[in-house]
Write a protein that binds this ligand. Structure first.
Ligand SMILES: *Cc1c(COP(=O)(O)O)cnc(C)c1O
Length: 397
């Protein structure tokens, strides 16, 4: 991490910037504390905080800094550009990245000391060529597909990948720093796939052992694995969603039960409040009709800002101290709330979702209303929302 500079961030709990039409407030102290909480839970395993996809919508660099402050030994990103952005922002710690296409420029990540993941012999060859051209050893982790059937080498292709990596290590082109895999069903702890995948992982590790490769880290678990299968942690766990304060397995355990605090609050100000009579129908398609005379509040945020259209007539928003239902369809730029008898004023603040501590819904509540997972709610929100990072203690270095 770079040296802290004087604080340049408003304190947590500061009122919404009075003029903001619609903003995303990210509590960096919550991310830091969630990482520390997770770290304490997983015992001896090292902690990787996954900050891909702009830190699940919370900000790549800011989330990475907060995670390091909470004790993250590693940061994880999907693509190389994300890892290089962390380096450009001054992060000097271990970073793993895991998704490339043929012909990517491996020179920059190898130079930057970023761990790359190889799924295939071709990738090992391309990375080794970049390392030889630079005259350095690349840091490469090998991924085995133990049953997710997504990235990684199949069991059939695994021995050839391991052999190619061992050869490249022998000639000094790279060092195999890790062996890893990824669960398909870790949010369902009783699913038989979990044990089957772990068995396949153990077998893959034996293949690695047999050729004399000694990786620094062996790892299998994401947030749900880390929390619900602690015996599967090996040397390292890769926690994404839990670091942002959301439960990876909401059917099993809530974020509050895990001691985690959702870090993202999405808020806006009412653009307009009006009174309509019983029978008035609201928004496109007239999908919602007022059952009684009621006040309606217009919120200046819509699917153009990542508010799911599936929230139409189902999700709730905190306004005037109570949760109000979205009335009718979410539009591109706006949505309407049913305020009942409460005549709120244009300009009044509303909270779409937040920490859950002030009576507002959480991203998990929105996920349930929209038939998705909290990951998608926080990662997709954006558009014209202004994002602001707050912290009592972390510095905006
Ligand atoms: C996204 C991702 C993670 C983090 O998963 P969470 O469920 O958010 O903890 C871990 N490992 C890999 C390979 C991933 O792609």
């Amino acid at each position: 991490m770079s040296t802290p500079e004087p604080a340049a961030l408003p304190a947590t709990g500061a009122p919404a910037s009075p003029d903001a039409r619609a903003e995303i407030v990210v509590d960096l102290d919550a991310i830091r504390d969630n990482v520390a909480t997770l770290r304490a839970r997983v015992g001896d395993a090292a902690m990787m905080t996954v900050v891909k996809a702009d830190g699940y919508g919370h900000g790549l660099v800011e989330s990475g800094r907060a995670a390091r402050a909470g004790g993250a030994d590693w940061l994880g990103t999907a693509v190389i550009e994300e890892a290089l952005a962390l380096r450009a922002a001054g992060d000097t710690g271990p970073i793993l990245t895991w998704l490339t296409v043929p012909g990517e420029d491996y020179t920059r990540p190898v130079e930057a000391g970023v761990d790359l993941t190889a799924y295939t012999v071709r990738e090992v060859d391309e990375i080794a060529a970049a390392a030889r051209a630079l005259g350095v050893r690349a840091r490469v982790q090998l991924k085995v597909d133990t049953g997710l059937s997504r990235g990684g080498a199949t069991a059939e292709d695994w021995p050839a990948l391991v052999a190619a990596a061992a050869d490249a290590e022998q000639v000094g082109a790279l060092r195999v720093t890790g062996i890893w895999s990824h669960f398909a069903c870790s949010d369902e702890p009783d699913h038989p796939a979990n044990d089957a995948q772990e068995k396949a992982f153990v077998h893959a590790l034996q293949v690695v052992d047999a050729v004399g490769i000694e990786p620094e880290v062996r790892h299998l678990s994401n947030s749900a694995g880390a929390l619900l299968r602690p015996w599967s942690s090996y040397d390292l766990v890769r926690c994404g969603i839990a670091a942002y304060g959301l439960s990876p397995a909401p059917d099993v355990v809530t974020s509050a039960e895990l001691g985690l605090v959702p870090a993202m609050t999405v808020r806006a100000r009412l653009a307009l409040v009006k009174h309509v009579p019983a029978g008035a129908s609201v928004s496109y398609g007239h999908g919602w009709t007022a059952p009684r005379d009621t006040f309606l509040g217009l919120v200046p945020a819509g699917y153009g800002d990542g508010v799911p259209r599936h929230a139409s007539s189902t999700a709730h928003v905190l306004a005037g101290g109570r949760q109000r239902q979205v009335a009718g369809r979410v539009c591109m730029d706006q949505l309407v709330l049913d305020l009942g008898d409460d005549e709120l004023a244009a300009g009044d603040p509303v909270v779409l979702f937040g920490s859950g501590r002030d009576g507002a819904p959480t991203a998990q509540d929105w996920a349930e209303a929209c038939g998705t997972i909290s990951y998608e709610i926080v990662t997709r929100i954006g558009g014209r929302f202004v994002r602001r990072h707050v912290s009592k203690e972390l510095r905006n270095a």
